[in-house]
Design a protein around this ligand. Structure first.
Ligand SMILES: *Cc1c(COP(=O)(O)O)cnc(C)c1O
Length: 413
C-alpha cells in the first residue's frame, strides 16, 4: 500500500488526485511540471544522472507510470504511445513456439494485431470463447504461454471470471494479460485477481477527455516490469511527455468521473430496458444480464459502457442516429462526453458480417459510452431518438434532412 510522507497509508483516490503534486524542488510548483527536454546534462565525466535520454526515461512520463502502477497494484508500469503499442509490447515478450489464447470477441484492433503477428510466426494463436471454461481448459492444455483476457467485452459487455481464468492458466504455466480499458482500476483490478499484466488504452477512461492517444502496461512482478521498460526503450514506443502530462491531468478525476458516469449508465440502462423501441440492453448492472453476479463479485461497479439493440432494423438505426443531438456519433469511449457508435458500420465493420453474427453483433446494435452530461439531458435525447427510430410515418430521408438542417443551425450558433 502506498504511504504518505509520514508513512500513513493512502487511498487510491488520493493517489489519482495527488501523485506528484507539490514535489517540484526548483520552484515548489503544485502541479507537476512538464519536462519536454529530450536530453539531460551529465553531472560530470562518466557521471550520468537519473535521466540521460528521453526515450529511455522522462520525469513526466515516469510520474504517470508510478501512478498507474500504484492504482493497479503492480510492481511497475510503462506508458506507451497507444493502447495497441502497449498490447504489442506484452506480445513482444513471446517467441515463435509460444501459444497465445485470446477471446474470440476481443477488441478489433487487438484481433488485427494478434493475427498479423501470428501470420509472421511471432507466436501461435488460438481464439476461444472465454466464458466457456472447458474450451479455455482445452486450449490451455495445448501448452499455452499466454492467456489474453478482455472483460467486459466490446461491444456486448460479456463478463468472464478473471480469477478462475488466472488459476487455470497458472496451473499450466501460462501468463495472463488483462485488457482493463473498459473499466479502469477505479472499478476493476485484475492483478489482485491473479493476472500478471494489465494493459490499457489510456485513450479511454484513464485520460477521459478524448484528447490523447496513449497506452500502458502494468506488470505484477518487478522483473517483468523491468523487462517491459527495457523493451520499451529498445523499440522506442514510449508515450510523449506532453501526452503523459495530459493523461496525468485527466487521471486526477478518474474516480469521481467513474462514479458519476456509471451511476448515470445504470439509470440509462433501466430506461432503455423499459422502452418499447428497444429490443435488448447489454449492461452488467441489470439483473437480466448474464454476467451480473460475476461483475458484482469482481468489479466495484458496473462501468459506464453499455449497448442496446433497437426493435427495428437498419432503418430504425438511421432514424435513431438522425434523432440524436446531445449524444455524438463517434468511435472511442471513456470521455466526459457521451458517444454513441454503431458497431456494424463503425468499430466492428472490418470484422465482416459473418464474423459479427457469430459474435452476436447484430446490425441493430448501438454502443453507448456514458459521459458527464446531466442525466436528464441524456435521457431526453435518447427518448427523442428512440421515438424517431420507431416513427415510420415520416420517410427516412426526411429524418436525415432534418438532422442535417439542425446540425447546420448548431454550427451557426
Ligand atoms: C481503444 C482500445 C484499444 C486500443 O487502444 P488505442 O489507444 O486506440 O491504441 C485496446 N483495447 C480496448 C479494449 C480498447 O477499447
Amino acid at each position: 500500500m502506498t504511504k504518505d510522507r509520514h508513512d500513513h497509508p493512502l487511498h487510491r483516490e488520493t493517489i489519482a488526485a495527488s501523485h506528484g503534486v507539490a514535489t517540484d524542488p526548483a520552484f515548489g510548483a503544485v502541479a507537476p511540471p512538464l519536462y519536454l527536454s529530450t536530453t539531460y546534462e551529465f553531472a560530470g565525466f562518466d557521471r550520468a544522472r537519473q535521466y540521460d535520454y528521453g526515450r529511455a526515461g522522462n520525469p513526466t512520463r515516469d510520474l504517470l507510470c508510478d501512478a498507474l502502477a500504484q492504482l493497479e497494484g503492480g510492481a511497475g508500469a510503462v506508458v506507451t504511445s497507444s493502447g495497441m503499442a502497449a498490447i504489442d509490447l506484452v506480445l513482444g515478450q513471446l517467441s515463435g513456439d509460444d501459444l497465445v489464447i485470446a477471446p474470440y470477441d476481443c477488441y478489433g484492433g487487438t484481433m488485427r494485431l494478434l493475427k498479423a503477428r501470428a501470420a509472421r510466426r511471432h507466436f501461435q494463436l488460438a481464439f476461444v470463447d472465454q466464458s466457456d471454461l472447458v474450451a479455455v481448459s482445452d486450449a490451455l492444455g495445448r501448452g499455452a504461454a499466454m492467456l489474453f483476457v478482455e472483460t467486459p467485452s466490446n461491444p456486448l459487455m460479456r463478463i468472464v471470471d478473471i480469477a478462475a481464468l488466472c488459476r487455470m492458466a497458472h496451473a499450466v504455466g501460462a501468463q495472463v494479460a488483462v485488457d482493463n480499458t473498459f473499466l479502469s482500476p477505479a472499478v476493476q483490478r485484475p492483478l489482485a485477481l491473479g493476472a500478471d499484466y494489465v494493459v490499457h488504452s489510456t485513450t479511454k477512461f484513464l485520460n477521459g477527455h478524448s484528447d490523447v492517444i496513449g497506452g500502458a502496461v502494468i506488470a505484477a512482478q518487478e522483473q517483468a516490469a523491468a523487462s517491459l521498460k527495457q523493451w520499451c526503450n529498445v523499440i522506442g514506443t514510449a508515450g510523449s511527455p506532453f501526452d503523459a502530462w495530459l493523461t496525468l491531468r485527466g487521471l486526477r478525476s478518474l474516480f469521481a468521473r467513474m462514479r458519476e458516469q456509471q451511476s448515470t449508465a445504470m439509470v440509462i440502462a433501466e430506461f432503455l430496458h423499459n422502452h418499447p423501441a428497444v429490443a435488448k440492453v447489454h449492461y452488467p448492472g441489470l439483473t437480466s444480464h448474464g454476467g451480473h453476479e460475476l461483475a458484482g463479485a469482481q468489479q466495484t461497479g458496473f462501468g459506464a459502457m453499455l449497448s442496446f439493440e433497437l426493435a427495428g432494423g437498419e432503418a430504425a438505426v438511421r432514424r435513431f442516429v438522425a434523432g440524436i443531438s446531445v449524444l455524438t456519433l463517434a468511435e472511442s469511449l471513456g470521455g466526459v462526453e457521451s458517444l454513441i457508435a454503431h458497431p456494424a458500420t463503425m468499430t466492428h465493420a472490418d470484422m465482416g458480417k459473418e464474423a459479427r453474427q457469430a459474435a452476436g453483433i447484430e446490425d441493430n446494435l448501438l454502443r453507448l459510452s456514458v459521459g458527464l452530461e446531466h442525466r436528464d439531458d441524456l435521457l431526453a435525447d435518447l427518448g427523442r431518438a428512440l421515438e424517431a427510430s420507431a416513427d415510420t410515418t415520416i420517410p427516412l430521408c426526411r429524418h436525415e434532412e432534418l438532422a442535417r438542417a439542425e446540425n447546420a443551425l448548431r454550427k451557426e450558433r
